[in-house]
Ligand binder design. Structure first.
Ligand code: LP5
Ligand code: MN
Length: 242
């Protein structure tokens, strides 16, 4: 059996080949899997379930069909879709997965996280993260009119793009000490995450154990990758190439 993991698809609310390819993935390779883990930032900007359910009906129906076919589907929040909630879970059949979570993937305990929590050098982002994950802030946001919510989200996305041009690559990557602490605290020797858009595999020796950190790829112009994990190992698969 296989377990598939993917993140950072950034599906827009408008028509897009990214969306078509995600549907192809859900109706194709995902059907043969034991489980599918969506590790955040599947959506470009999720401003609440009511709006999301109205815009992403095809994706939600395809996720439901997948879970009804017996494939377990898990959704972890990213920094752009942290407002995905219970209504999405009920409509799609996906289970919301806390960030971080330790799960057994094909016989091996693995820590799954979107990845932004590990970017502790990005002080401005971490401050924004604490603010935007605050229950009172979210409660207030959910009560403003839909058009204003969308305008704020667009403004935040533009602000984020311009903020990133002013931040160094090092600041926007994971912090090594945060990574080592994460391996130790959770007693795992494998972490899988996305967010940084730097697909790679890193190894480090911690307490005499070789630990592995697999970074998922974001979906971009000519690549739509997911990670396929079996008991024998893992590989990246690009559905754009198939
Ligand atoms: O997402 P990406 O890859 O561009 O960059 C991220 C960090 N940026 C973000 C912001 C998101 O992209 C915006 C998502 C909108 C979601 C829906 C709206 C919900 C609003 C809910 C309010 C409760 O996460 C970026 C990191 C980068 O990753 C690399 O790790 O650097 O961080 C930033 O750009 C944040 C800035 O550094 C600080 C921003 C302060 C903004 C303060 C505005 C306050 C307005 C309040 C409105 C409610
Ligand atoms: Mn992200």
């Amino acid at each position: 059996m296989t377990t598939l993991l993917l993140s950072d698809l950034h599906l827009p609310a408008s028509a897009s080949t990214l969306r078509q390819d995600f549907l192809r993935f859900l109706q194709g390779p995902a059907r043969k899997a034991r489980a599918v883990y969506l590790l955040g930032d599947v959506f470009e900007a999720w401003i609440g379930d009511e709006d999301g359910l109205a815009h992403y009906g095809d994706e939600i129906a395809a996720l439901r069909a997948l879970s009804e076919a017996g494939v377990r589907v898990f959704f972890q929040h990213g920094n752009r879709d942290f407002l995905v909630g219970e209504r999405f879970a009920q409509a799609s059949g996906a289970s919301l997965l806390a960030d971080p979570s330790v799960v057994e993937i094909e016989g091996r305990r693995t820590l799954l996280t979107h990845g932004d929590l590990l970017c502790t050098d990005d002080i401005g982002y971490q401050r924004w993260r604490r603010f935007s994950r605050n229950g009172v802030v979210q409660w207030l946001f959910m009560r403003i009119p839909g058009g204003l919510k969308r305008a704020i989200a667009d403004r935040l996305r533009r602000g984020s793009k311009s903020a990133k041009t002013r931040k160094s690559m090092a600041i926007m990557d994971v912090n090594d000490t945060a990574v080592s602490a994460c391996f130790l605290r959770h007693g795992v020797d494998r972490i899988i995450h996305g967010h940084t858009h730097r697909p790679d595999v890193h190894h480090e020796l911690i307490d005499g154990r070789t630990c592995e950190r697999i970074v998922l790829a974001d979906w971009r112009e000519h690549s739509r990758e997911y990670l396929e994990v079996t008991r024998e190992g893992w590989k990246r698969v690009d559905i754009a190439a198939s």
